[in-house]
Design a protein around this ligand. Structure first.
Ligand code: NDP
Length: 282
């Protein structure tokens, strides 16, 4: 039976540490770190994510501002808002909530954020820094996975690490971070010929696919560490990960649940990046 890696508890621990760090920051500099989130349009899931980010900022003492723009906002207008925030010394972190409406080019917007304020770390400058190992910020979800491993006493060095999924925001940076910690990394994707062949070799398996119960017990090795990044809403409205939790729980050495595993870490890492940005800028 696996031990459960409790993302909620680890996240609470990190947020308490951040709250202390922020309180010291305020005492020394006379102001709080600040994050500005821009949301364009009315996508309900995005509205919830942005509200959760706001709440988390307040909880640890970060000044949070949300700029809400209408769906029909043009790319030029959005870029000029980012330009203004880039030049505003009172703004430490800038985050544009994705997805953006179809008429706006996401790449242009993400890459317009000053890399020093790009707390999601999605800009191409920060993506390059992550690949070379010369980074200030890490994308929040892969960074959250690494924190879960560190704080659960799981070493990466020398391990066979398999990442399923190769998106720019999860799979690719995840693979880079595991490689930086001296794991031997394999990345699987939709064109991989035999995914189970690879996953069965994994000492550390990270699934970021977006398909419920994609990872079955016969796809993991006895004693593996299984990290489930997937968040899938199933027919009864409940959230499910990519991993068949009940089945894999019996076989793994450690496993993250969904909800309560990687999910809570993502916003926590955003808070951490905002504090890092504020410190670097001041
Ligand atoms: P994407 O849809 O961008 O990427 C999914 C990846 O899975 C792609 O690389 C795709 O391959 C691969 N894939 C799809 N089908 C298969 C298959 N049959 N076999 C092997 N690989 C496959 O998703 P994201 O990376 O953005 O997110 C992945 C999951 O993580 C989602 O459930 C999302 O909701 C969740 N998520 C959770 C977060 C959290 O905070 N916990 C944060 C971000 C995401 P290909 O490249 O070939 O298409």
């Amino acid at each position: 039976m696996a031990r459960i890696i409790d993302g909620k508890a680890i996240s609470a621990e990190i947020r308490a540490e951040l709250a202390e760090e922020i309180s010291d920051f305020k005492r020394e500099r006379g102001f709080a770190p600040s994050l500005t989130v821009i949301i364009v349009g009315e996508d309900p899931a995005s509205q919830v994510y942005v509200r959760n980010k706001e709440k988390a900022c307040v909880q640890v003492g970060i000044n949070s501002t949300v700029i809400r723009l209408p769906e029909e906002t043009g790319e030029t207008e959005l870029l000029s808002v980012i330009d203004r925030l880039n030049g505003d010394k009172t703004v430490n972190g800038i985050l544009v909530q994705l997805p953006l409406p179809k008429h706006i080019n996401e790449k242009n917007v993400i890459c317009a954020i000053n890399p020093e304020k790009d707390v999601d770390a999605f800009s191409y400058v920060n993506a390059g820094r992550i690949l070379t190992g010369d980074f200030d910020f890490l994308p929040c979800t892969p960074a959250g996975v690494m924190e879960l491993l560190h704080r659960s006493g799981i070493a990466v060095e020398g391990k066979e690490c398999v990442v399923v999924g190769r998106s720019n925001i999860v799979g690719k940076p995840m693979a880079a971070l595991l490689m930086h910690e001296n794991g031997t990394v394999t990345v699987c994707h939709s064109k991989t010929k035999d995914v189970p062949f690879h996953t069965r070799r994994a000492d550390i398996l990270v699934s970021a696919v977006g398909k419920p119960d994609f990872i079955k017990p016969d796809m993991i090795k006895e004693g593996a560490v299984v990290i489930d990044v997937g968040i899938n809403r199933v027919t009864d409205g409940k959230l499910k990960g990519d991993v068949d939790f009940e089945g894999c729980f019996e076989k793994a050495e450690a496993i993250t649940p969904v909800p309560g595993g990687v999910g809570p870490m993502t916003i926590t890492m955003l808070l951490k990046n905002t504090v890092t940005a504020a410190k670097k800028q001041n």
